[in-house]
Design a protein around this ligand. Structure first.
Ligand code: CTP
Length: 243
């Protein structure tokens, strides 16, 4: 691929230059906090870069017939609901500049469905989901960690709206699931992961200033990267800033 030939050139001309790696951003936060909106706002301002958005939801374990019968007792907000090993290996591959196949999850049937989604190599990868800051191995791949912090009453009302309209649920089940699983798991697993964030965004997608600052930072980091490509010998001076 383009990446490999570029890397090899760099390695030959200057052995101290690290191979180019995509810039990896993690975006965590409670359910319906506005993670998707934040990601889309960031992406819309990164016009000249290749960006991929990967959703942690894609890595939910599929439920078998037995678990489907008791779906209302299943905790979708627990870290073990996700196939984290699979997510980690996909993210490692993308970080190495390789194309990967990401499963396609259906919230109505609680299963992975075909076709899966092919993700091409890119300059920026964004991984979004309630628990993307939970696993230290996944966190360690990230160059920037964001936590979207939105009041829980706002999140619950959005969640009711979304699950009844888009995910085919009835309101009693949404409220029951929220009280039994969503809220306790938020407090036990999601909120404690906030301490790993580099940036905490209050009010999610309504915070234009935060989004502007984040995009500026990404441009700065990628700009240094571009300099490294154009002037490989100058790289040594800048190498401590490399992403
Ligand atoms: N979930 C569910 N049924 C499933 C799988 C997941 O109800 N079969 C719920 C989990 O309870 C979890 C939520 O989906 O709380 C995760 O999605 P969420 O983060 O709310 O969706 P996003 O659109 O990614 O979030 P945002 O609104 O912040 O963009």
């Amino acid at each position: 691929s383009l990446y490999q030939s570029h890397n090899n050139n760099n390695v030959v001309s200057n052995p101290r230059v690290k191979p180019k790696q995509p810039f990896f951003i993690g975006v965590a936060g409670g359910t319906a906090s506005g993670k998707t909106t934040v990601c889309n706002m960031i992406i819309s301002q990164l016009r000249d870069q290749r960006v991929v958005l990967v959703n942690q939801d894609s890595f939910y374990h599929s439920l078998n017939a037995e678990k489907l019968k008791r779906v209302h007792e299943y905790n979708f907000d627990h870290p073990e609901a996700f196939d984290t090993e699979h997510m980690l290996s996909c993210m490692e591959q993308i970080k190495r500049g390789q194309a990967v196949t990401i499963p396609n999850y259906d919230f109505k049937t609680h299963q992975s469905i075909e076709p899966a989604c092919k993700v091409n190599p890119s300059d920026i990868i964004i991984l979004e989901g309630i628990l993307v800051l939970h696993d230290p191995r996944v966190r360690d791949l990230m160059n920037m960690k964001i936590f979207v912090d939105t009041d829980s009453d706002v999140r619950l009302s959005r969640r009711i709206q979304r699950d009844t309209v888009e995910r085919g649920r009835n309101i009693e089940n949404v409220l029951d699931q929220y009280a039994r699983f969503v809220k306790p798991s938020f407090e036990e697993f999601i909120l404690p992961s906030k301490k790993y964030a580099d940036i905490i965004i209050p009010r999610g997608g309504d915070n234009d200033v935060a989004i502007d600052l984040i995009v500026q930072h990404i441009h700065t980091k990628l700009g240094q990267h571009e300099l490294c490509k154009i002037y490989p010998n100058v790289v040594v001076i800048f190498s401590t800033f490399q992403i």
